[in-house]
Write a protein that binds this ligand. Structure first.
Ligand SMILES: NC(=O)c1ccc[n+]([C@@H]2O[C@H](COP(=O)([O-])OP(=O)(O)OC[C@H]3O[C@@H](n4cnc5c(N)ncnc54)[C@H](O)[C@@H]3O)[C@@H](O)[C@H]2O)c1
Ligand SMILES: [Zn+2]
Length: 382
């Protein structure tokens, strides 16, 4: 244990089927408030009763559904100007990681003197004046409990992180039923993202026993249920288990965070607009293979969490974990090669160069990744 353990928990966390009704109670208890709801079109029908109840109780609502996927600096700024005149007291984000990240930043930047550019990075945001409530609608990013928000910088097309304890919400409601409408391909990609959060925290250079508990259990729950959630989207039990795994993965992000997979996946998102979870899934088995020699016992533990039967040799158990991940990817219907996604092989050197800039995550990887290694990993995944 080489680093201190520091976790900023949300003020309140509610998890369970139908728990959106407790959110109604919380909002009604702060009567006369002005609530900005940032969400997505596909959820409006599901949220109909919730929204109606709030309106009937006299709350002022502004509902925005302009954020769809992988938001940029420009998307954020446009939304901030649009919602500022509404003068919200509460910012409520209900959606996938894209909506949650934006909601966290809107809550922080309303009435804040700091510009977006001034808060990009670690610990630069000085505060947040608006109450922030997050409700995840994908089982994936764990953004609802993490201090992170990720935006694409339009200037250089790089994904940039804003990391601050003020981005951890005041209240979090995880209602797995909201994920029932997530289409299979997105269920698969987001589920693999959540699994990667747990896996990269567990095998992290700065792993922590306290976070290991979350990471191990998160891997176990997601590996055991993701295929069913993809194939039978209405299977509530599978959705509940994967949602819990995703939440546990979110708790891994602040204190320990991700590593090589996320660093190398960022250029796929910024250069080719691949969904975040899909980018991670494409690289995960190859980076596991690259990392195993540096942390065989940790990867053997990962294999056990994924449901593999241990071999006599630790290293053999560790490699069984890679095979299990490959199987999950196949069973979830996720493409397994970069070449299947219209990514030109000639882009690999530039992708590798860009990935090398993500030092905040690369430093966590159990094995040093050089530029040449990154090129070799992309080629292996091609
Ligand atoms: N803050 C963090 O800690 C953190 C961690 C990982 C990733 N991220 C960021 O989160 C974003 C990705 O988030 P995501 O993977 O959750 O996907 P997303 O929010 O981009 O959503 C993907 C697609 O699914 C749709 N969708 C979402 N929920 C739905 C539902 N319940 N029913 C029907 N459709 C639904 C969305 O409209 C969108 O089209 C990226 O920008 C990534 O960089 C943030
Ligand atoms: Zn992720």
């Amino acid at each position: 244990m080489s680093q201190e353990l520091k976790i900023i928990f949300p003020g309140k966390l509610v998890f369970g089927k139908g728990c959106i009704s407790s959110l109604t109670e919380e909002l009604l208890s702060i009567a006369s408030s002005r609530v900005l709801i940032i969400t997505i079109e596909p959820l409006l029908e599901t949220l109909n009763t919730f929204i109606k109840t709030l309106k009937e109780a006299g709350l002022s609502l502004m509902i925005d559904t302009s954020i769809v996927q992988e938001p940029s600096f420009a998307d954020f700024k446009a939304l901030l100007s649009k919602v500022s005149p509404f003068n919200a007291d509460v910012v409520l984000g209900i959606g996938g990681g894209s909506v949650l990240d934006i909601s966290k930043l809107i809550a922080a930047q309303l009435d804040n003197e700091q510009s977006l550019e001034e808060i990009v990075g670690n610990g630069l945001l000085k505060g947040r004046k608006k109450k922030l409530i997050c409700v995840p609608a994908t089982s994936g990013t764990g953004s609802e409990v993490s201090p992170n928000a990720i935006l694409v910088d339009n200037e250089d097309n790089q994904k940039k992180g804003i990391i601050s304890p003020f981005l951890v919400p005041d209240s979090v409601y995880v209602d797995p039923i909201l994920t029932v409408s997530v289409p299979p391909a997105i269920t698969a990609a987001t589920g693999l993202d959540a699994l990667t959060h747990c896996l990269e925290a567990y095998t992290n250079k700065f792993a922590q026993p306290f976070i290991d508990m979350y990471a191990f259990e998160g891997m176990r729950l997601i590996a055991a249920n993701i295929v069913q959630a993809v194939k039978e989207g209405t299977d509530e039990e599978a959705r509940i288990q994967v949602a819990m795994g995703s939440l546990l993965g979110g708790f891994c992000l602040g204190p320990v965070n991700t590593a090589g997979v996320h660093a190398l996946s960022y250029p796929l998102g910024s250069m080719f607009h691949l969904a975040h979870g899909l980018s991670n899934a494409l690289l995960l088995p190859y980076i596991m293979e690259f990392n195993i020699p540096a942390a065989p016992q940790r990867y053997a533990d990962v294999a056990i969490a994924l449901g593999c039967i241990p071999e006599v040799d630790t290293i053999d158990t560790a490699y069984k974990g890679v095979e299990k991940i490959r199987q999950l990817i196949e069973d979830c219907g996720i493409p397994s090669r970069l070449s299947e996604l219209n990514i030109p092989e000639s882009a690999i050197p530039e992708m590798a160069k860009d990935a090398m800039k993500i030092t905040r995550l690369l430093k966590n990887n159990p094995r040093l990744i050089t530029l040449e290694d990154a090129i070799a990993i992309y080629k292996a995944a091609y």
